[in-house]
Design a protein around this ligand. Structure first.
Ligand SMILES: [Zn+2]
Length: 247
């Protein structure tokens, strides 16, 4: 039947009746489905612990919380693998710092000079170059270190102890009035961090050549010696305290 066949007043009456029936139809359909499945949107809005979940944290959640503990930030240093000797390591007790008292130099250069003096080979275990003879701040490993051989850099001490158990580091440069380059100092601190941690050497036992018993020398120069006392040793002590506190 065409809608035009129904008078407009009759159409309005039919529409009104349908509107009145809508709530009833809705209730009927809800009853039929049992109202057991709330719409998805309602489920998503529910708080985490609702009637749909136990009203307490699950045991696994409690375990996770217990595992989180406050942590102290610990300096993590990465060291070149070649610094670690592959032979049996000597029980090192000291680190002795030197300057070359020359403007330039390298492990190879000092090795030749030391041999000319009749020594067996380069007397130091490490040389830190300054850009003249070797890259600025480069740590050169002396031939003795790989063999874990005693040093030949700090003679005249009782029982030759500072040669036998002292690691010799030489910074290229004249360090009486001016400090080594910042690159050299950075490398020195890194190397000292490695050596003191690996061999348990106390900051007080990181010394300048002039601090060794019976030493009659100005080495490693006033400026570097001051820096060693005022900056390097306090920094080593701080790192040591931090490392002890985080154990
Ligand atoms: Zn020296």
């Amino acid at each position: 039947m065409n809608d035009d066949a129904i008078p407009s007043s009759r159409r309005r009456s039919i529409a009104m009746k349908m509107l009145c029936c809508l709530p009833g139809l809705f209730l009927l359909s809800a009853f039929a489905t049992g109202c057991q499945t709330p719409p998805r949107a309602v489920l998503a809005d529910l708080p985490e612990y609702s009637i749909l979940k136990p009203d307490r944290p699950s045991p696994s959640r409690t375990t996770v919380v217990k595992k989180i503990r406050p942590r102290q930030v610990r300096p993590v240093a990465r060291f070149p693998r070649e610094w670690i000797p592959t032979t049996k390591e000597r029980p090192w007790r000291w680190v002795v710092i030197h300057h070359s008292a020359t403007d330039f130099g390298s492990a190879k250069f000092f090795d030749r000079a030391h041999r000319r003096r009749g020594w067996d080979e380069l007397g130091y275990h490490f040389v830190i170059t300054n850009g003249r003879g070797g890259r600025d701040g480069h740590v050169e490993i002396g031939s003795r270190w790989g063999k874990q051989k005693w040093g030949a850099h700090c003679g005249g001490t009782p029982n030759n102890a500072y040669n036998n158990y002292g690691i010799g580091i030489c910074l290229v440069g004249k360090c009486s009035k001016s400090l080594p380059s910042s690159g050299q100092l950075r490398s020195l601190k890194k190397l000292l961090g490695f050596l003191t941690a690996r061999y348990g050497i106390k900051p007080a036992d990181v010394i300048g050549h002039r601090d060794a018993p019976n030493a009659a020398t100005a080495c490693p120069g006033d400026a570097l010696h001051r820096y060693l006392n005022n900056v390097i040793r306090p920094e080593l002590s701080r790192s040591r305290r931090l490392a002890a506190g985080s154990r």
